[in-house]
Design a protein around this ligand. Structure first.
Ligand code: PLP
Length: 430
């Protein structure tokens, strides 16, 4: 595989950009490679600057449910750009977008657009704290909610604990109000609520975690969270930045039949442009300025181009709900193929799947929380990743991320992936 042009760009990139990339995972560091630089993408395929073609399972980390450069999503975009790229005063498409989201999510009565998932969760927490007049928040180990200070925490020793910063630059004072519990462990939540329940403003969770591979929240666990937050008057926030409009049109909350108080969105609602949103009950959302006192703003929030693309993306999903069934069928095919490979080669591994999110862990299951995920054989994954790349398959360059399927992935793509995965596992576990 020739990657000379990518290598040259990378050598230049590291001179001007930390690590040569604008988001750390793109550096391919954890798999011991240098990044490939992309030229273009179409459907399920991505092409690097050296002309190598890959079946893409990163899909921009989730926004591209319909694949790259979908013609229906793109149509009319040029006209929108030519009218103007940003106004700083409202446009009608923002209202249409808000209505589309509110109609799809019964738990969301009002919504505010922002520019990223990070902004969505950060803002939702601010509103929840103001609404409850409390400071503490509770998150779960292995869930990622973006890179705002108070959410960059991991648990200290023990399962119920105060968070400690995962990054220098995050003062301990800032995370002193962030509590961390174990995913899928309701008992740990009950204990912490007993001690701190009346001070907890919000519980934030990925109902299906997509940032420690794929780990689905158990129904009883999520129902337990709903019940305990209700009992103590804390705000339950579902971070559906990945799962929103992906697991089902109505997200994880539709699948589980649980209504959170607030919901965060991103990814699919921007179709690959920088967008996030947070919404929830009217009473809570009316805390937000200019109706209420909670300040939150953005020069480019509700950007007309991003709204147009996102609106198109979601509208297509709304009109073609069979996409969800088709996509799940493809994901099941991939799941079964990967499981068969593990069995045939007697490799210790587990395949977790939720809707169109799939993850192959090189560890024995069940994998239900961060501790389980950490048992994975990362060395083997790294070899597996490289062997797949050589065979024209692009996975996320770390064991701890999901495979994102899109509607553009064909049955042939999946069949080839299963075959290549078998060969790559053979090499990794030789
Ligand atoms: N929440 C979840 C569940 C995510 O997966 C991510 C990003 O991957 C974020 C929040 C942060 O979103 P962004 O990267 O757009 O800031």
């Amino acid at each position: 595989m020739n990657t000379r042009k990518s290598e040259n760009i990378y050598q230049e990139a590291v001179k001007y950009i930390p690590g040569g990339v604008n988001s750390p995972v793109r550096a391919f560091k954890s798999v011991g490679l240098n990044p490939i630089f992309v030229d273009k993408a179409k459907g399920s395929k991505i092409y690097d600057v050296d002309g190598n073609e890959y079946i893409d399972y990163i899909c921009s980390w989730g926004p591209l449910m319909l694949g790259h450069s979908n013609e229906d999503v793109l149509s009319g975009v040029e006209e929108i750009i030519r009218k103007g790229t940003s106004y700083g005063v409202p446009t009608e498409i923002e209202v249409k977008m808000a209505k589309l989201i509110v109609d799809a999510y019964p738990a969301v009565e009002m919504v505010r657009m922002v520019n990223s998932g990070t902004e969505a969760t950060m803002s939702a927490l601010r509103v929840a704290r103001a609404y409850t007049k409390r400071n503490k928040i509770l998150k779960f180990e292995g869930c990622y909610h973006g890179h705002s200070d108070s959410l960059l925490v991991k648990s200290g020793s023990g399962t119920i604990t105060y968070g400690v910063p995962t990054s220098p630059g995050v003062p301990e004072d800032v995370v002193k109000d962030t509590l961390v519990c174990r995913y899928n462990d309701l008992e740990s939540v009950q204990k912490i609520f007993k001690e701190h329940g009346n001070d907890i403003a919000a519980v934030i969770i990925e109902p299906v975690a997509g940032n420690m591979g794929v780990v689905a929240g158990k129904k009883e666990f999520l129902e337990g969270l709903r019940a305990i937050t209700k009992e103590y008057g804390s705000v339950l926030i579902f971070d559906e930045v990945i799962t929103g409009f992906r697991l089902a049109f109505g997200g994880a909350q539709e699948v589980y039949g649980i209504e959170p108080d607030m919901t965060c969105f991103g990814k699919i609602i921007g179709a690959g442009l920088p967008v996030g949103a947070y919404g929830g009950k009217r009473e809570i959302m009316e805390m937000v300025s200019p109706v209420g006192p909670v300040y939150q703003a953005g020069t480019l929030s509700g950007n007309p181009l991003a709204m147009y693309m996102g609106y198109k993306n979601i509208s297509i999903l709304k009109e073609n709900k069979n996409i969800y069934k088709e996509l799940e069928q493809k994901a099941i095919k991939l799941e079964n193929g990967l499981k068969e490979n593990l069995e045939k080669l007697s490799v210790k591994g587990t395949v977790n799947r939720a809707g169109s999110l799939v993850c192959l862990f090189f560890a024995e299951g069940p994998i239900e929380n961060y501790e389980d995920v950490m048992k994975c054989d990362v060395e083997k994954f790294n070899i597996y990743f490289k062997e797949l790349l050589k065979r024209g398959i692009l996975l996320a360059p770390t064991q701890f991320e999901a495979m994102f399927l899109s509607n553009a992935h064909t049955d042939e793509d999946i069949e080839y992936t299963i075959k290549a995965s078998y060969e790559a596992m053979e090499v990794a576990f030789d």
